[in-house]
Design a protein around this ligand. Structure first.
Ligand SMILES: N[C@@H](CCC(=O)N[C@@H](CS)C(=O)NCC(=O)O)C(=O)O
Length: 301
């Protein structure tokens, strides 16, 4: 499916592209933002430019992180591209929260494949993010209409994933479920215990149904026991101690307790950082640390 470049914005040493394409997984047009670093334009990359996917949180579009997380300078520093997908399908025929909330439906796709009507037609964000989008971007960058530049970008093989809140959940669950796909994973204030916390319970009930057995396949607390550790892979997580959603929406304590007894013991680093909240002030503060972590795993340093 072809992409339309809606805007090309000069930013740091590269460009932020706002693109749109028709998705089969969601049955809707999807917005995506891409940051192509300096190395894409000046041709100095020694190999294909790796990508880092950033999954955003509740209510976000691809613009929130593009404007407020400040990944761009880090992407130039190490030479990786950024992919900022949307958080859900959108459009006049897309069903949303019957209660009118912002924590379910449009803007809150939770990066799962819905099985429950009416959401199962469009809300296939797991399939979209981990499979359709990387392949579609690869085709786009091979096509005539690709963004002008001297480099080539790898959207499939040398890739890592990160995200915030709902997107942090999407990053951790997607990483563990696709353990041979992503080189590394990080998360900012992820909804790490979705089967016992209100946002997760609401989303899983609506998208996956009331049978909690079906929730397990996306639950990071289960996945760290089920997915065998793969040498070299690591997960880095930050939470602010002053996060206004920490109780009862995020509740990392259960996960933190499980890690040392899990298959991923010593390979998941959860850092509680004093005084930080849930906002992009928190995210942007720790983006340089996450960027360095991913750059190391992507073979850039
Ligand atoms: N009042 C917030 C509640 C939801 C919220 O905190 N969303 C987080 C992700 S869970 C966010 O990134 N909001 C957008 C932003 O800060 O730019 C909003 O409507 O944005």
């Amino acid at each position: 499916m072809s992409f339309k470049i809606k805007e090309e914005i000069r930013c740091a040493g590269g460009k932020l592209l706002k693109v749109m394409h028709q998705s089969k997984a969601t049955g809707t047009p999807m917005d995506v933002n891409l940051y192509l670093p300096q190395q894409y334009y000046d041709g100095t990359a020694k190999a294909k430019i790796p990508s880092l996917y950033f999954l955003s949180g509740l209510t976000c579009t691809p613009n929130n992180a593009s404007e407020k997380a400040f990944w761009q300078r880090e992407a130039d520093k190490y030479g990786f591209a950024m992919v900022f997908p949307d958080t859900s399908p959108r459009g006049p025929n897309v069903p949303t929260d019957p209660e009118g909330g912002w924590d379910f439906g449009v803007g809150a796709g939770f990066y799962v494949n819905a099985t429950q009507p009416p959401f199962n037609t469009n809300f296939n964000m797991y399939q979209y993010v981990h499979s359709e989008l990387p392949n579609a971007l690869t085709d786009f960058f091979r096509s005539e209409g690709r963004p002008a530049g001297l480099g080539s970008v790898d959207f499939i093989d040398n890739v890592s994933i990160t995200g915030h809140s709902m997107g942090g959940f999407g990053a951790v669950s997607g990483f563990l479920k696709n353990i041979n796909k992503y080189k590394s994973c990080s998360a900012f204030a992820p909804i790490i215990d979705p089967t016992t916390t209100p946002w997760g319970v609401k989303a899983f009930t609506g998208y996956l149904g009331t049978n909690k057995e079906t929730w397990r396949e996306y639950d990071p607390c289960e996945l760290i026991n089920e997915v065998p550790y793969v040498a070299g892979k690591e997960i880095l997580i930050h939470y602010g101690t002053n996060d206004q959603w920490k109780e009862p929406y995020l509740r990392p304590e259960h996960f933190i307790k499980l890690v040392p007894q899990s298959k991923w013991a010593n390979h998941i680093d959860v850092k509680l950082v004093d005084g930080f909240d849930h906002s992009y002030y928190f995210i942007s503060t720790f983006v340089p640390e996450h960027a360095e972590f991913h750059a190391k795993h992507l073979g850039l340093i």
